[in-house]
Design a protein around this ligand. Structure first.
Ligand code: B12
Length: 152
């Protein structure tokens, strides 16, 4: 073993993540950003792209069950569409416990109010990461806290 090999950090946890927009949202660079961030953390990412209807998100989660679902929206309608997406995922047998988060600019004025965030959590989101000074750090810590997948 060389000195370089000895100094390498421990491998990051390996998770299968789905990154998805919501039904109305056409923005894409937010999704690319999240994909790159998750890949840097050692995740394998399926990026479903923009304008994903809730039923399509559910179908993709059944097709290849993920360890983490990351919803992103920035067009201002993410709260409404996100709520529908979270409810659709959580109403599916087999998807009731998969870690699921949502973030971005979820309201028409950027952020939603606390009632909106609470509604997303009540619908089954594990966390809401709206734009702010610590959103990315908090998201990073959330992902790092997830257990490594049992099988590849
Ligand atoms: C480019 C752009 C477009 C392009 C998108 C092209 C494309 N292929 O993506 C086009 C022209 C299509 C577009 C359309 C619209 N847009 Co636009 N757009 C932008 C713009 C200028 C840049 C977005 C971008 O690419 N940013 C780069 C990425 C990397 O960053 P980001 O999107 O900000 O995402 C960051 C965070 O939000 C966060 N994040 C996002 N999701 C998540 C999820 C999690 C879990 C976490 C942790 C973090 C996170 O991480 C990212 C990196 O920090 C922004 C304004 C701006 N300067 O940001 C407006 C903006 C997003 N658009 C806006 C609006 C209103 C629209 C339209 C409704 C306009 C209209 N009337 O038609 C439409 C909506 C179309 C639709 N159906 O969705 C508003 C949204 C307002 C709000 N939410 O408060 C913005 C903010 C402009 C503004 N200031 O008003 N847009």
């Amino acid at each position: 073993m060389t000195a370089t090999e000895r100094s390498l950090p421990e491998p990051e946890p390996w998770l299968a993540a789905v990154v998805s927009s919501v039904a109305s949202d056409a923005h894409t660079w937010n999704l690319v950003f999240l994909q790159l961030l998750l890949e840097e953390l050692g995740c394998r990412v399926r990026n479903l792209g923009p304008c994903v209807p809730a039923r399509e998100l559910v179908a993709e989660c059944h097709r290849e069950p993920p360890d983490l679902v990351v919803l992103s929206s920035v067009n201002g309608h993410g709260y409404r569409d996100g709520l529908a997406a979270v409810r659709a995922v959580r109403s599916e047998p087999g998807l009731t416990t998969v870690p699921l988060v949502i973030g971005g600019k979820l309201g028409v004025a950027g952020r939603v109010d606390s009632a909106g965030r609470e509604a997303l959590i009540a619908a089954g989101a594990d966390a809401v990461f709206e734009d702010g000074i610590d959103a990315i750090t908090s998201f990073y810590q959330f992902v790092r806290s997830l257990p490594e997948r049992a099988t590849t």
